[in-house]
Design a protein around this ligand. Sequence first.
Ligand SMILES: Cc1ncc(COP(=O)(O)O)c(C=O)c1O
Length: 402
Amino acid sequence: MSEMSTKSRELFHYQHDSLIFNGHALFDHVAVKNYDQPLLLHSSELVQERINWVKEWKNLGQLHFAVKSNYDETILKLIQKNGCGVDVVSLGEIQLALRCGFKPQDILFSGVGKTEKEIRFAIENQIYQLNVESISELKRIVKISNQMEKKLHIGLRLNPEVDAKTHPNIATALEDSKFGLNTRDLSEVETLLEDSKYVILKSISFHIGSQVMDTSIFREAVSKMKPIYKDIKSRFSSVDRFDLGGGLGLNYRDHNTANDYERWTQLRQIYEETLSDMPDYFLVEIGRFMVARSAVMVAQVQYIKKTKNKTILILDVGMNNLLRPMLYQAYHQIYPLKLRAGKHSYMVVGPLCESSDVFHADIELNILHEGDFVAIADAGAYTKSMASNYNLQPIVKDIYLD
Ligand SMILES: Cc1ncc(COP(=O)(O)O)c(C=O)c1O
């Protein structure tokens, strides 16, 4: 089979009237047959396929998987087995990564609010890299490393001040963002580093936001950051890796994986072109693109309620398990597990006591009846990892398809 034919496929289709997700007939799955609460069905094969894509990327030093996108231990262990690292943002995520077999030297620690306890843990365990996001944080790190008399490798997360053209709630590189240092902070940073015996600058890092669809924005960010990287390296010879963050988006309305592959290839080409003269190691911190496609949420239609202008499908899963539509107006396609003839426009909502617990204000679906099952697509990233126990509704149960 050619490389493209293994990668180009529709993740969802119907065989007769039954929904197939990546080769699995969901309605016939034993977990659906014995359904008693909403499910999250994972296909590890899809994650493995994406890891393989990344491994084809010759210039890449290391993929640090952004753990915040998916906390599933089976998936994390698979990523670890493939020799990847992790990008984490809390002690909780560090402990999860260690439990899943990652070593401190696989850990890149980002986040704007690192506590003293977290910084001490990072130094004590000699993690791979801690990305600094503010002057105050750097001062705290210098003080703690002096007290502990132990070295720490850091990266500077610098804000390239580009507009990622994504939802404002997931754009992270604008001038007044809480994330990252600005270039005007650099002279103070350099003075602090020159005075520190233990804090070693290894990397310059940027992350422009998440669900970034236009790959040319990555080109713009690299062209702004590369001269800064070279300039800093000329004064700090310890700098030897360029951290390009994550953020590559995907089209949640399109489930042909060839189009994901095309977007990934565009990014890879941008990096290969723009960084070909840089012998340094480079890192990426990708979350969504690795795992979003790898899971579907299965829910049951509890009630169908007719109002003056709407037909409302009330599901047993809500924003406690899938917050993205409410937080970012994100789109998640809904597929009935069994296809009935005819179409109808529905408002699709969850059971929570919040008016904003709405997945779709108006979506056309094949006719559904009370008791029918639906699959909510692309539920592998920023879904269960964002779950809460609000209303004490159950958190989705994990099921592994392969
Ligand atoms: C610092 C950092 N790196 C990496 C990521 C991963 O982003 P994505 O899941 O969009 O690839 C995030 C998420 O926003 C992040 O904040």
